[in-house]
Design a protein around this ligand. Sequence first.
Ligand code: SAH
Length: 351
Amino acid sequence: MTPLTHSQQITQNPLLGKSEVELTEWVQQQGQPAYRGKQLHEWIYQKGARSLSEISVFPKQWRAELEAVEIGRSTLHYRSPAADGTVKFLLRQTDGNIIETVGIPTEKRLTVCVSSQVGCPMACDFCATGKGGFTRNLATHEIVDQVLTVQEDFGQRVSNIVFMGMGEPLLNTDNVIKAVRCINQDIGIGQRLITLSTVGIPGYIRRLAEHHLQATLAVSLHASNQELREQLIPSAKHYPLTALLDECREYVQTTGRRVTFEYILLAGLNDRPEHAIELAKHLRGFQSHVNLIPYNPINEVDYQRPGPHRIQAFVEALKNFHIAVSVRRSRGLEADAACGQLRASQKKADG
Ligand code: SAH
């Protein structure tokens, strides 16, 4: 392997991601008074400082000495706004890798869809990110940076976070949990307004429950039986649907939080009323909520999105079994809405 040049290295031990206590320890190690830690915290998380030389409240001489210290922010590679206000960002990390982040505004909210990995190893058949392969986990600061970037771009406080960008968050559990704590405590977004979406990795939901986060767990089910799930999600072969659902039940018991089940609707494949009935039987008496996601077309496969009547029939079939259900509204369709699409089409355009 060729060694990375200095500018390509992943920033080591950057300041972003550290708490006020940790930043205070850091400034004290530099021979500065403790109150500089609070100032540093405010400049990083509230004022969006990208370099320490910007921090005008710090003494000039110290600022000059700090020039080489990295805060750990990404650079904007591409910005793609859609007519509905959604903005997709491609962000370049210090090692040159590019990730996708989306800002989704509604009347009262600004939601950020964050990535947890560069690419994804799960290779789900309907997913553009999965088609692109896996490169590496994101560091804590690279996750937190996405939230600050969207906040600054919109000039508005972010209200909600969904880990539904590139990657499988539970394969990067340690950094994701640190990022959730930072987003919660340092940026100030309530844990209940943060959603972790996972396809499910055996034993990992149990491990997550032990952290007693108040964040919402969303599980990508996408099928009402094992056979169908294996067709769509290769890793399902090693994780029976019943075992996944048992782990989710334990999660509800341990955390007291209900689980959301995501279910992509693929025309003619998993969208028939029988599928809804089969799904409802699995979820009877389960403190959960089903979020139906009409498929967002990607170039690599030719699944179809069902029409509105089909979607409504699926909703009604679930409601007959008293299952709480909602349909996700697609946002920013014209800008390669399915996650991983924009990065893939940009790569092509860049040659
Ligand atoms: N790896 C995690 C989180 C990333 S994907 C997970 O699997 O949950 C976030 C959600 O988008 C998942 O439910 C995923 O299955 C869904 N998704 C991926 N590709 C999609 C597409 N083309 N159309 C609709 N939803 C898609």
